[in-house]
Write a protein that binds this ligand. Sequence first.
Ligand SMILES: Cc1ncc(COP(=O)(O)O)c(C=O)c1O
Length: 322
Amino acid sequence: VVDVSVLDANVAVMAARWPGRRLRPHVKAFKSTALARRLVDAGHRGLCAATPREVLGLAAAGLGEDLLLANEVLDPGRLAALATCGARVTVAVDSAETVDAAAAAGLAEVLVDVDVGCFRCGVPPAEAGRLAHRARRAGLEVRGVMGYEGHLMMAPTEDKAARVAEAMALLAAAHDEVGGSVVSGGGTGTWALNEGVTELQAGSYTLMDADYARLRLPFRQAVHLYATVVSRRAGRWAVADAGLKALGMDHGNPLVEGHPVLYCSDEHTTFLPADGEDLPAVGERVRLVPSHLDPTVAYHQQLVVAQGDQVVDRWDVDLRGW
Ligand SMILES: Cc1ncc(COP(=O)(O)O)c(C=O)c1O
């Protein structure tokens, strides 16, 4: 259930720092074209995606003015679909293979993805210029670079700013060699620290999760998973009917309205009494805050949109799947 007033407040806070095209919202966090449209309507007309399915869905929804697939793809069929979907599509490349696959599929534009320390995709900074050269020789327009400092989203505050600056210095050095006007990167956890990008790729700030809440960002929890208490051992524990098949668990247990969580199993979350308080009765609803938004949303088919106590809309999670 999405509290649309909180969502809109989060969008406004981010837009004040990263207005218009300075933000390229990442749709992987919420996988909904309806929510993406709200961000486009707020002025963020370029969008970021993690899967071909997300790009194709955005294109089909008429949101294809400037889509970045911030991920490496090799499958010829998927790349050809991106090339012919009618949207402006830019893909990330970090190897000769991904460059050649993009060119062979008829894609026009790429960003050179640079490794800024995340142990994931990205070419070593020193090789970025050479890869850009290869892409241009293959007939591709190289729009610039991207580099995602994902390893720093939850970094300890003492040296976080310095480490983000170091990562962005690597990206800037690569950009000097690559050229182009785009330097893309960053996320919710570095939104206030990243000074090195021309566009920030944040997504989770829209709906938020318990992990990011630990950073005490000015974004509030806009989505909750409503579950029903289906069993209770009076004074000891209660069991809600949502477990790890309904929650992305890689960042830990969900929060249950102030109750310590004992554990999650496939279909259940078992939680304990909060200090001096009763457990909710069987049949009562509880609100769970997911620890990791992106995989949680990907388990669900719809976002129920609420304004206060009223359900005002339902947004399909229509960018799910592969
Ligand atoms: C390539 C890329 N950019 C940006 C982000 C930032 O997203 P968020 O704002 O949800 O942290 C992610 C998240 O995983 C990502 O994979």
